[in-house]
Design a protein around this ligand. Structure first.
Ligand code: NAP
Length: 268
């Protein structure tokens, strides 16, 4: 594989598992240097070892994205270690299943702090470091759920829509600065996401419709780093069907009820 990203420094949050880990390996194969962040250092070290087996370079940093000082420390560490900060990928996140009226305040508070504030801290701190250098790429891992709220995952869908709004706004705000902003919208992807969502919900949580692999999504993220564009939809039919869905909400409700009946996934 061509070393198209040789010399690029990429920071990834949520790199200890799933899409973040797969993106790290896809980027390492293209020659990028990686700064891998998450809370579980042992998992990060395992991903870093895989990067090194591919001939790449990776450093790891423990980081809770819901703490702004952790993000600041992470990005400063990337600059100090590699004297550059080319790409940041705000990927860390989680989901859970609960009806909107049954979601508790602690659940709502935590998902907001991790998925939304955690993404915003990365976008804000990275932009402040990239603008003076007049170069950089901020990538937000949102979801197909950003364009259509999922039943029993209303709070999660809300956070993914919020991430998309932040990315759309920042992309225009940074016009002319040399800093690009992209959002990524995976459909259901085979990772630890659903096991973690099931654990948090006390009920089995599964994906809706087609499932992709983390490796495929990771490869597509690496292409996005090579050729920045506003949005990446790893399963492109989802982009067009959800575009249509926003124009035909009643018809979409009909199909959503068939795909995910209101009481589906509640059995313990
Ligand atoms: N899988 C899907 O179907 C799917 C579809 C669309 C979008 N997405 C999005 O893709 C992103 C990655 O999810 P995934 O599918 O790869 O799930 P995953 O395998 O469960 O990975 C989640 C990652 O986020 C990290 N994380 C969670 N809370 C964190 C916190 N407070 N601070 C720092 N890191 C934290 C986890 O690391 P630690 O536990 O070590 O901190 C882990 O590395 C998420 O934003 C998710 O919403 C997933």
């Amino acid at each position: 594989m061509q070393q198209t990203l040789q010399g690029k420094v990429v920071v990834i949050t949520g790199a200890s598992s799933g899409i973040g880990a797969a993106a790290a390996l896809a980027l390492a194969r293209r020659g990028a240097s990686l700064v891998l962040a998450a809370r579980r250092l042992d998992r990060l070290a395992a991903v870093a070892a895989q990067v090194e087996r591919l001939g790449g370079r990776a450093v790891v940093q423990s980081c809770d994205v819901s703490r702004r000082e952790d993000i600041r420390r992470l990005l400063t560490m990337a600059q100090d270690n590699f004297a550059s900060l080319d790409v940041v990928i705000a990927n860390a996140g989680f989901g859970f299943s609960a009806a909107v009226h049954e979601t508790t305040e602690p659940q709502m508070d935590e998902i907001w702090r991790v998925n939304v504030l955690g993404t915003w801290y990365v976008m804000a701190e990275a932009a402040a470091m990239m603008i003076p250098r007049r170069a950089g790429h901020i990538i937000v891992i949102s979801s197909a759920a950003a364009r259509r709220g999922l039943p029993r995952m209303g709070a999660y869908s809300m956070t993914k829509a919020a991430q998309l709004s932040l990315a759309e706004a920042q992309r225009i705000e940074l016009t002319g600065t040399g800093v690009q902003v992209s959002s990524v919208h995976p459909i259901s992807t085979r990772t630890n996401f659903f096991a973690e969502a099931s654990r948090r919900s006390g009920t089995r949580v599964g994906g809706i419709g087609k499932m992709q692999t983390a490796e495929l999504v990771g490869e597509k993220i690496a292409h996005l780093v090579e050729r920045p564009r506003p949005e990446l939809w790893p399963f492109s039919p989802a982009r067009w069907s959800l575009g249509l869905a926003t124009m035909l909400p009643g018809v979409t409700d009909y199909f959503m009820r068939r795909l995910a009946p209101p009481h589906a996934g509640r059995e313990k």
